[in-house]
Design a protein around this ligand. Structure first.
Ligand code: HEC
Length: 200
């Protein structure tokens, strides 16, 4: 009887200690029972023990953990980049917008433009966004183009506008990492709407 209650006290003390993780810790959690965090896996750039060459005669026997994808396959999640990441045709000319214009696409383009581009270009494209208004004189490009009225920009092909989002232009940084391909084309549609608003 006494022994079992002693065991109970000990067990609850242990439990209290084990579960006492009040503060943040910089150490990884202690796994009393291994969960899926603890498993055999090939980490980025590490060596793989698997002998690919024994399994497939055409595979190099290099034991590299990161494999080149088999020909004709598309990695999970990269379909959009394959389909909508291209903005030039085979001859090197800028292409037309491949995304069909719908009310949803236009709304999406407006939202993305207002979030990403309007800080500099202003919501109407005038080039007088908050950054331009507040930047100390001469610290930024003083000749900020008006995306809606400037004929040179109105004449640009859709693919060229897209390329400016991808590559940036002079003092404008590239936005390729922040905006996914379908959204880039949606923004191009919205730029056209800003331009149509102004009569020729
Ligand atoms: C950090 C400020 C900034 C942001 C944000 C920005 N731009 Fe620009 N953009 C500029 C500047 C500065 C120029 C003028 C570049 C030059 O020719 O010196 C420019 C030029 C342009 C031009 C005209 C290029 C030319 O040939 O004259 C287009 C089109 C354009 N931007 C589109 C966009 C779009 C679309 C976005 C949002 C995805 C965007 N910009 C976001 C600063 C910005």
């Amino acid at each position: 009887m006494r022994q079992s209650s002693f065991g109970l006290v000990l067990a609850s003390c242990l439990l209290a200690l084990v579960s006492c993780r009040g503060g943040l810790s910089k150490y990884p959690p202690v796994h009393l029972v291994d969960d899926m965090d603890v498993q055999l896996k090939v980490k980025t750039q590490s060596r793989s023990a698997f002998d690919f060459a024994a399994w497939n005669a055409e595979a190099p026997a290099d034991h590299m953990g990161m494999r080149v994808p088999p020909l004709g396959t598309i990695a999970h999640g990269s379909l959009e980049r394959m389909a909508l990441g291209v903005y030039k045709d085979a001859a090197g000319g800028f292409i037309d917008n491949p995304v069909t214009l719908t009310a949803e696409v236009m709304a999406r383009g407006q939202e993305r433009y207002d979030i990403t581009c309007a800080v500099c270009h202003d919501r109407a494209g005038s080039g007088q966004g908050l950054v331009m208004q507040r930047a100390p004189a001469g610290s930024f490009n003083p000749k900020m183009p008006d995306l809606a009225t400037e004929q040179r920009i109105r004449d640009m092909k859709d693919g060229e506008l897209y390329s400016i989002i991808v590559e940036g232009k002079a003092t404008m940084p590239a936005y390729v990492r922040q905006i996914k391909p379908s959204d880039r084309w949606a923004i191009v549609h919205y730029l056209r709407a800003l331009q149509h608003r102004i009569k020729n």
